[in-house]
Design a protein around this ligand. Structure first.
Ligand SMILES: Cc1cc2nc3c(=O)[nH]c(=O)nc-3n(C[C@H](O)[C@H](O)[C@H](O)COP(=O)(O)OP(=O)(O)OC[C@H]3O[C@@H](n4cnc5c(N)ncnc54)[C@H](O)[C@@H]3O)c2cc1C
Length: 366
């Protein structure tokens, strides 16, 4: 028997995988509706197709180009392989539907309010108490499971501040725009159509001000908010103890460069499925993650730590370098999902990228 707390994309994907292997799976979700409220932009790189078959019902748009803006206002246009923009409510629900069809049982409107560890862990959902030897915290960045099991430790977060916006001016609906600036600021405009976009910023600080500044560049009417906390990947985070496992945002499994967490969380779910279905020894999940997706997440973290030290001038230079055709071709070919592979190829192709290494001797601007 396995109890998964949280019916987000990672909890649902994991539930489907475990149920398919014949395990008895129960998923507990505090909200009455799966996938709501939304706190996500919903961009998925093409690598999502390695994990699931795309169902067009939740695809809102597809993009194949990005414009990246430097602090001095210059812009580089880069072709991308097809990325998907999804409706997170429909996406999460579709994954839950697959899990149910494999035999997972869902309990909606059930918030975990107490978790006491023992040989059989005791879980309390307002007026109901259950016991289970295996508990999985797929309960997002503030993970109650992680806190209760002593796995929360010293985590860091950035704030993601995003709104759905009806724009004053038409945009190209095939293009996602990114805005970079000093330190760890990143802004984005992700089109749903040529008039509606998801506009947001992520940073350690001042997100309200940065968001207002971005809205001055892309004016429009706010239709609704989709903000939330984004955990910064920490390779030292313990993600399992005595039959309690953390996954997805609860385990900080988020790419620190772009703050995408759906694909890494789902990949971790594949590892946890093997561990639980094959009754592997304690520590196998933590080690399995470290040796595989952990390496990629660490590369993203190193690049983020370097970029956190970038001045406006460094970003201006970086965007200029990306103007070269050979650089654009590499970004197209190797994609941002696998950061170390892309960085390695860029360094070989354009040794000037190595000059940014000097920034490591500065303090982070966060
Ligand atoms: C503004 C913003 C933009 C983002 N954009 C992208 C993007 O474009 N692409 C991408 O890949 N990632 C993006 N992310 C990150 C992405 O949203 C997360 O990585 C992803 O949602 C993690 O999935 P999860 O299933 O681990 O957790 P969540 O999606 O957070 O799901 C956790 C679930 O657990 C439930 N829960 C929590 N506590 C309890 C409890 N005590 N009892 C019962 N249920 C509970 C919650 O209600 C929720 O349904 C973005 C994040 C933000 C904030």
């Amino acid at each position: 028997m396995v109890s998964i707390i949280g019916a987000g994309p990672v909890g649902n994907y994991l539930a489907a995988k475990l149920a398919k292997k014949g395990l008895k799976v129960d998923v507990y979700e505090e909200h009455k509706k799966i996938g709501a409220p939304v706190a996500c932009t919903g961009i998925l790189t093409p690598y999502i197709r390695d994990l699931i078959k795309i169902d067009e019902t939740y695809v809102v748009n597809k993009i194949n180009e990005t414009y990246v803006y430097s602090p001095d206002g210059n812009q580089v246009k880069i072709k991308l392989k097809k990325n998907y923009i999804v409706d997170r409510t429909l996406f999460d629900s579709s994954l839950a539907k697959i899990a149910k069809s494999e035999g997972a049982k869902y309990h909606l409107g059930k918030r975990l309010t107490s978790l006491k560890l023992g040989n059989e862990h005791k879980l309390k959902f307002s007026n109901e108490i259950i016991k289970d030897a295996t508990v999985i915290g797929a309960d997002g960045p503030n993970t109650f499971v992680g806190r209760s099991a002593g796995l929360f430790e010293n985590r860091k977060f950035v704030a993601g501040h995003q709104a759905r916006v009806k724009l004053k001016e038409k945009i190209d609906s095939n293009v996602v725009e990114f805005f970079v600036d000093e330190g760890n600021y990143i802004g984005w405009l992700v089109p749903e159509t040529d008039k509606i976009a998801r506009v947001g910023v992520a940073s350690h600080k001042n997100v309200g001000k940065y968001f207002k500044d971005l809205m001055k560049r892309r004016e429009g009417k706010i239709l609704g908010w989709q903000s939330g906390a984004i955990p910064v990947y920490d390779p030292k985070t313990n993600i399992e103890t005595k039959g309690v496992y953390l996954i997805g945002d609860a385990a900080t499994q988020v790419k620190a460069t772009t703050y995408g967490g759906i694909i890494p969380g789902m990949k971790a779910a594949d590892i946890l499925t093997d561990v639980l279905s094959e009754n592997k020894t304690a520590g196998s999940y933590q080690n399995g993650v470290k040796k595989t997706i952990g390496k990629n997440l660490l590369s993203h973290l190193m690049i983020r730590k370097l970029m956190n030290r970038f001045s406006k001038e460094d970003y201006n230079k970086l965007i200029q370098l990306c103007e070269k055709k050979s650089v654009k071709d590499l970004i197209y070919k190797y994609d941002r999902e696998y950061a170390s592979k892309l960085l390695f190829k860029l360094l070989i192709n354009q040794p000037k990228f190595a000059s940014f290494g000097k920034c490591l001797f500065r303090k982070e601007i966060i």
